[in-house]
Design a protein around this ligand. Structure first.
Ligand code: HSE
Length: 322
């Protein structure tokens, strides 16, 4: 059976979750895709992270060039976080002939065209399913199963941390700071949770969704954005009295003249609306296509294993073409 060597850049929450899935589901993955995966190198300074996962610390490198120069490595998973540095590594990996998989929405959103063009120029694949909606396979569906549709709208709840905070504040009366700490401990939040609570993470994801649904790239910095830091317990209570929930909503709509209207902001959602029932770290992505009509994807939008599930799906999709 073919053994495909991969490298993981960063063994944090998602890098670790990805390895855990490849290891625990090794046999069923082999049976389904006819090959095995071997993590041959990891870019990671913290050897304790390798030991905790049962990986040999000898495969850890601190110079990414050792990965790019290794002809046996076919797929590189970038799970470091950040923007410019990981984007540079992804470009270098693709120029070295490796396909790249990443959950890094900030790097993808800031370099969308560049990364995709680099993959095309170098005859490799660039996949980023885990960058939006964690474990929800919405991006692949938009690009494949739904690709016959002209999309008119995409909206949703695409940040697990803020949805977790709003849910716990509204339903359990817990304080913002306390719930944020809990979300960090569960591995939902970004290294700097400002990106979550100020809506920056959601803007990155909306930028990616718009590029795929409408073929129009809008840099995340140009998306009007408001986070949840100004939402108070009193606001949540008042919403409840009106039969509503407050949710951090990403939305983009194509108007009849072809122009796009988009924003990231907390919105009142009537309790009867399906998005009102999307709670805790769950995400939901609604798309409207001219053939399929309205469609909602729902699932866990953050966390090691849900996000690792999407990364593994991309790895397997690439392996099937090698
Ligand atoms: N911090 C992100 C979230 C992680 O809470 O949704 C997944 O992108």
């Amino acid at each position: 059976m073919k053994n495909i060597k991969i490298a993981i850049l960063g063994l944090g929450t998602v890098g670790g979750g990805t390895y855990q899935i490849l290891k625990e589901n090794r046999e069923l993955i082999a049976a389904r895709c006819g090959c095995t995966f071997e993590v041959a190198k990891v870019l990671e300074r913290d050897h304790a992270r390798l030991e905790a996962l049962g990986l040999d610390p000898a495969i850890a490198v601190t110079d990414p060039q050792l990965i790019f120069d290794d002809p046996e490595i076919r797929i590189v998973v970038e799970a470091l976080g950040g923007i410019d540095f990981p984007a540079g590594l992804m470009l270098a990996a693709m120029r070295a002939g490796k396909s790249v998989v990443t959950p890094n929405k900030a790097a993808v959103a800031a370099n969308f065209d560049r990364l995709r063009a680099c993959a095309a120029e170098n005859g490799v694949q660039f996949r980023f399913e885990a960058s939006v909606g964690g474990g929800i396979p919405a991006l692949t569906a938009i690009q494949e199963a739904l690709s016959a549709n002209a999309f008119t709208e995409v909206m949703g709840i695409v940040n697990g941390t803020t949805n977790y905070i709003l849910t716990k504040m509204a339903d359990e009366g817990l304080a913002y700071e306390e719930v944020l700490k809990d979300a960090q401990a569960k591995g939902f939040a970004e290294a700097d949770p400002t990106a979550d609570v100020e809506g920056i993470d959601v803007a990155n994801k909306l930028s990616i969704l718009m590029a795929l649904c409408f073929g129009t790239y809008v840099p995340p910095t140009e998306i009007p954005r408001e986070g949840i830091t100004k939402v108070t317990m009193a606001d949540l209570e008042a919403a409840k009295e009106q039969g509503c929930r407050i949710k951090l909503i990403a939305s983009a709509k194509k108007d009849t003249d072809g122009s796009l209207t988009y924003s990231v902001k907390p919105q009142l959602i009537p309790a009867s609306h399906p998005l009102a029932g999307v709670n805790n770290e769950f995400n939901a992505i609604y798309v409207t296509g001219n053939a399929v009509g309205e469609l909602m994807f729902y699932g866990k939008g953050a966390g090691a294993l849900p996000t690792g599930s999407a990364v593994c799906g991309d790895i397997i999709a690439i392996a099937k073409t090698l």
